[in-house]
Design a protein around this ligand. Structure first.
Ligand code: CIZ
Length: 301
């Protein structure tokens, strides 16, 4: 059944002149059918660079929006319309406008895990792999950093700027505790612990390595350690194991499962290609302002 479904997806992909992009947190079978697997920004850049007319973005809503922002003349499909991001939903453009009034001198740095409307209201975007570099490139002393408070804290530890965080969290990463780190050290002595900066500060402080999904994948390839405990969404283990068959990977906490990332199935990918729905678009005024914030990030990284 799954082989037939994969064959159907490949046929539809050719007929539609489509490319399939899958985030590092997607289900293994969805990653395996994709043309590219990566973090949200890497994938959005692929979307902009490809000759394909249709982009099937296997991820969550803000990711498909970013692809559309960078590739507005293409049809961008999100196979599951309801796949949202609770972190991105912690802040609206109105919330951000109010916060900006409180800190009129601050530059607004917006993590890409945010809606197009919030990006449009920001001065510059960042990803978890370039957040420190983006913040340090700014002339202002004060930075309003939205929406992830844990990432803001991690950045604050690596810059002289005054970082004013928003109160958002990724519920999946925020679930991991110090106790999980202690237990992992006991259960797999000698293993190295690598976590995402969306984890709580006390978790990041106790890890051996902290980085974005692309940095974690690089770390897994380059470290001499044979056993790695991973503190990010479980979907990444599929790629880590594929790329490093001789190493052992363990999940830091059984809670590291994002239900939104698991909503996309092969059935829904096939249906999206068949119907060319659900389409994700962004109103042109918002798109242009959000694109400017993303382009500023590219100019300094
Ligand atoms: O932006 C992304 O792709 C996410 C969700 C995390 C990361 O570190 O890549």
């Amino acid at each position: 059944m799954s082989e037939q479904l994969v064959a159907k997806i490949q046929r539809l992909k050719r007929e539609r002149n489509a490319v399939i992009l899958a985030h590092n947190y997607q289900l293994p079978e969805v990653q395996d059918v994709a043309d590219y697997v990566g973090d949200s920004f890497e994938l959005s850049r692929k979307a902009a660079a490809t000759d394909a007319e249709v982009i099937v973005f296997c991820g969550v809503h803000f990711m498909a929006e970013s692809a559309f922002i960078l590739a507005p003349h293409k049809t961008v499909l999100l196979p599951e319309r309801l796949a949202g991001c609770p972190l991105a939903e912690t802040i609206t453009e109105d919330d951000l406008r109010r916060k900006k009034r409180e800190y009129p001198e601050a530059t607004v740095v917006c993590y890409v895990n945010s809606s197009a409307a919030v990006k449009a209201e920001s001065d510059i975007c960042c990803t978890s792999s370039n957040a420190v570099q983006v913040v340090n490139s700014l002339p202002s002393k004060q930075v309003l950093f939205v929406p992830d408070a844990n990432l803001a804290h991690w950045v604050a530890g690596q810059t002289d700027k005054e970082i004013i965080p928003w109160r958002g969290h990724c519920v999946t990463h925020h679930r991991v505790t110090e106790e999980d780190v202690r237990r992992a050290r006991e259960a797999v002595p000698g293993a190295v612990i690598a976590v995402h900066p969306e984890c709580r500060p006390e978790v990041a402080a106790r890890a051996d390595f902290v980085g974005s999904t692309s940095a974690l994948l690089r770390f897994a390839r380059e470290t001499d350690h044979r056993e790695i405990v991973v503190g990010t969404e479980m979907g990444i283990l599929h790629r880590m194991k594929k790329e490093n068959p001789h190493k052992k990977f363990y999940l830091l906490s059984p809670g590291l499962i994002c239900p939104n990332m698991k909503m996309t199935t092969l059935d829904k990918v096939a249906r999206a290609l068949e119907r060319l729905e659900p389409r994700i678009t962004v109103p042109e005024g918002t798109r242009l302002r959000a694109a400017a914030a993303l382009e500023k990030m590219l100019a300094v990284t």
